[in-house]
Design a protein around this ligand. Structure first.
Ligand SMILES: [Zn+2]
Length: 255
């Protein structure tokens, strides 16, 4: 377990592998002070690297100098013969069951390349979701209309009818919001996206938060303005991002 200093604050504990990740992400460098149990003083990372190297050599190069490779799960070094390769990451025999389990659960391997879903796949998913939310909205809207009608709202003339329509509109927007925010925040997949085997993720492949899912929903609204121009942006973006993906820094990937 390592502790390190970031912006004058002590952080940690993290394991060797995390230290590598932090270095790769540029959050720490060779000058960063690190400490672990048993060390007398905090030392720059560059000075503890020799000891770190025995456990987990410098990241960046997956193939270590001694001909070994780093397991992407535990961060330890193994001979090439003892690891399996998945995309551009290596996994040791010990970590393989956990790794495979993660793959099954749809956890994206952060160091692997993301495969972005194209416009038509996303359109198909969106189409399915629109039908589902449309049906839900029609049912709930119908009930509300009937209840308000029975309560005499429509007897007030035009104003009453507008009130009923307005309520139905707000409710249907509420249903869409709840649907998209719940499913995207839960596991990045609405039923439509599940069907099309695509998923909303952060740029590093991790699960988006409910907060981000909420922001993204409002991004949808922006994207649908100007005749859906925001959606079409996914058609020519190099990472296939629609306007709402750009705004919320999300990606849609193939599973
Ligand atoms: Zn391992």
């Amino acid at each position: 377990m390592w502790y390190y200093v970031e912006n004058g604050q002590q952080r940690g504990p993290v394991v060797d592998a995390d230290l590598d990740t932090l270095r790769r992400e540029g959050k720490i460098n060779s000058e960063t002070l690190v400490w672990r149990d048993g060390m007398e003083n905090w030392l720059p990372l560059s000075q503890v690297q020799p000891s770190l190297a025995t456990a987990a050599p410098v990241a960046g190069a997956t193939a270590g100098a001694g001909g070994g490779v780093i397991c992407s799960e535990c961060g330890k070094v193994f001979p090439v013969s003892e690891v399996i390769r998945y995309g551009n990451v290596w996994v040791c025999a010990n970590c393989k069951p956990v790794f495979v389990q993660k793959l099954r659960e749809g956890v994206t391997v952060s160091s692997g390349p993301l495969e972005f879903a194209g416009f038509w796949t996303r359109f198909a998913a969106y189409f399915v979701d629109s039908i589902i939310t449309g049906i839900l909205g029609a049912i709930v809207g119908g009930v509300i209309g009937a209840v308000m009608g029975a309560a005499g709202a429509t007897k007030g003339g035009a104003a009453g009818i507008i009130a009923v329509q307005l309520t139905a509109m707000i409710v249907s927007l509420g249903i869409r919001a709840a649907y998209f925010i719940y499913f995207i925040g839960k596991d990045g997949q609405t039923p439509g996206k599940k069907m099309c085997k695509i998923k909303v993720v952060n740029p590093d492949g991790t699960q988006v938060s409910y907060g981000k899912a909420t922001g993204r929903f409002f991004g949808y609204i922006l994207s649908s303005m100007i005749c859906g121009f925001g959606y079409f942006m996914a058609g020519w973006d190099e990472e296939k991002r629609a306007l709402h993906d750009r705004l919320c820094d999300t990606r849609v990937i193939k599973l």
